[in-house]
Design a protein around this ligand. Sequence first.
Ligand code: LRH
Ligand code: MN
Ligand code: MN
Length: 396
Amino acid sequence: MADGQTKAERIARALDHFSIEIPSWGFANTGTRFGKFLQPSAATSIEEKFADASQVNALTGVNPTLALHVEWDLPNGTDDVPAIQQLERKYGIRAGSINPNLFQDQAYKYGSICNPDPEVREKATSHMLDCVEIAKRLDARDISPWVSDGSNYPGTQSIRKRIVWMEESFSRIHAALGPAQRLLIEYKPFEPAFYHTDIADWGMALELARSAGPQALVLVDTGHHYQSQNIEQIVAWLLHLKMLGGFHFNDRRYADDDLTLGSIDPYQVFRIFHQILSDPDLNSLEIAFMIDQSHNLKGKMEAMVQTVATAEELYAKAALVDLEELEVLQQGCKLVEAEECFRSAFWEDVRPMVRDWRRSRGLPEDPLLALAESGYVEQITAERAARNMKAITSYA
Ligand code: LRH
Ligand code: MN
Ligand code: MN
């Protein structure tokens, strides 16, 4: 490489600084909006989610935090904080991003913070303020709301008024943040709303973050874009503006499919990672890499370990792009040479070097194999099957 480092050294340096947060909901019986196929090994409680996360981290070494969805994981709000703290200690996993839930309560039929009814807006805002408080007590940095609000038919809602209501709500949330906390605003073009979604794209999320205050940033969920949208360009812009707070990683073929990272288009993930790894301020970037996936068919544990291993491999590939050489080629408009320089890193089989890195850090070389050999899935299947089968019976 132009900087004198070997490929293995480059990969080791990149992976030593890599971590990715796993979502509590990735271990539970989640599925599609048409239903879900219950799994005997799925987590049935917050303790089981922590146990699963801890097992994934033991195998991969790069998942020290667990994203929590407040409605699902802390149904009693701040009252549940001591129980979470106990689980943190027991399983050696810290609470990660705190996700408010603005989409399940029946009160949110016509919106949460964009609802024309001020009482509903207040309910939604106070839920987010509770989330800030939960995050403070758990020493969690990020509060990451996804606002599902929107409308299904033209003319049925005032898009303009709803912008103002969002600005008001986010300003209040921002004012409640502690000095080290951040508000990460997620966008999504459609679903559940099918005519307009109040935060439909990165431009809207960016403006809302700017109007909320300096600790508000944008969260990019890779599944939340229209077909063929250039996500790495959005990432480049957000990096340029210093407004990129984090990612929800997953893959998609059609819409918000929540499939395994890199299963459909690994080159896109590589291109996104390249934008980050080529940022001039790389060492001071604080970007929350998070997984947001829901597996209806794959085993939850296997899918999570597979995702993390894939993320490591794609990050390692992106670390192999020879940035100095690429810059010279780009500047000289050597198009084919530049493209080859870029994508030869993508074609590199980094798996042997990633395995070496894992071994040198005392981790299993092949985390998926290690999971299979550990017997963990069989153990949790035996422990949880009865509870899950009961649910299956009542579901039928
Ligand atoms: C919405 C979303 C959002 C939610 C999660 C469960 O599609 O991406 O991040 O919190 O799914
Ligand atoms: Mn998401
Ligand atoms: Mn989503």
